[in-house]
Write a protein that binds this ligand. Sequence first.
Ligand code: ASP
Length: 329
Amino acid sequence: MPHRFRHMLGTEPLTAEQITFLLDQAKPFQEIQQHPLKKLATLRGKTVALAFFEPSTRTRISFATAAARLGADTMNLQAEASSLRKGESLLDTVRTLDAMKPDCLVMRHSASGAPDFVARRLEIPVINAGDGTHEHPTQALLDALTIRDRKGTLEGLNVTILGDILHSRVARSNLHLLGKFGCRFALCGPAMWLPRELECIGPPGSSVRRVTHIEEALEGADVIIVLRVQQERQHEPALSLDEYILLYQLTPERLRCARPDALVLHPGPMIRGLEIDPAVADGPQSCVLEQVTNGLAVRMALLFLLIGTAPESASESPAPSKDAADAAH
Ligand code: ASP
C-alpha cells in the first residue's frame, strides 16, 4: 500500500511497514545509478532548498545530486556565508528561503529538534539531514537499504554499533529503525560514550546491551556500524586517541570475532587508522561505498515521494518509468 509522507524528520515515528515501503521505492532509483544517462525529468520545475547550518560534505552533495538527477533545481544556503553570522534568527533565515518558493527544504542544524521546529512553521515538506545528536533519518534508511540488499532481510539481525555513540545521531536513527525489525543491539565504546538512556531508545521490547569490551560486543555480529570519533564534540576527552585505537579500533583480528559474513558500515567521514583499520575499511566485508551510492537512491525516492506528483491510484507505481528515463535531458 502506498504511504504518504509530509516530512522526514526522523525514523522514530516510522512503522516497519513505512520503512519497507520507502526502501522498496528506492529500488528503481538504485538501478538508475547504473545507467549511462542518470538524469530524469520526474521533478522538472521543482526546487529543493538545501539549508546546511552545520558543515556537511557527503550529505549535502548527495541531496544536491539526488535533486539534480530527478531534474529539480536547488537553492543552496551555506551557514558560513549566510546572514546567520550577522545575527539573523533561524526562523527568519528559513522564512526568507521559503519566500523564494522552494518545494521542499532539506536542513541540517547543530541543534537537536531544529528541523521539527521549522517544519511546524512552514507549509512545505522538511527533510532532516542531521540535527545535533538527535536523528539522521536518511543515513539510517540508506544503511537499512545496504543491509537488506546484502543480507536479504532486516529481521532479527545482531547489530553492533561501535564508537562515539553518545554524540551520534546516526546511532539513534539506526536504533529506532532497525529496532522495528527486531534487531538486537550491542552498543560498544568507552563507558562515557554509552549513556544508560540508550538502552530505552529503541521500540518497546528492543534488546540493547551496552558493552565496553570490543571482542564481546562483536561476538555473533551480523552487522557492525562503526562511528566516527566526533572530536569536535569532545570537550574533555577522557581517553586519548592512542588509547581509543588500542581499545576500540576495528582491526582485521577483531573483525574475526563477528560472524564470517558480517557487514561493516560507516556513515563517513571515516578516519582511517583511528576508528577503523584501512584493511577493514577496504576489505570484502566493507559496505562503505555501497552506502554512498544507496544514499542517492534513498534521497531520490524520498524527494519523489514528498514533492513528486502523487500517483492516481494505488496500483500505479510512483517509481520512474522507462519513459521518464528516456525523457532524460
Ligand atoms: N556524517 C554523519 C553525521 O552527519 C556522521 C558523522 O559526522 O560522524 O552525523
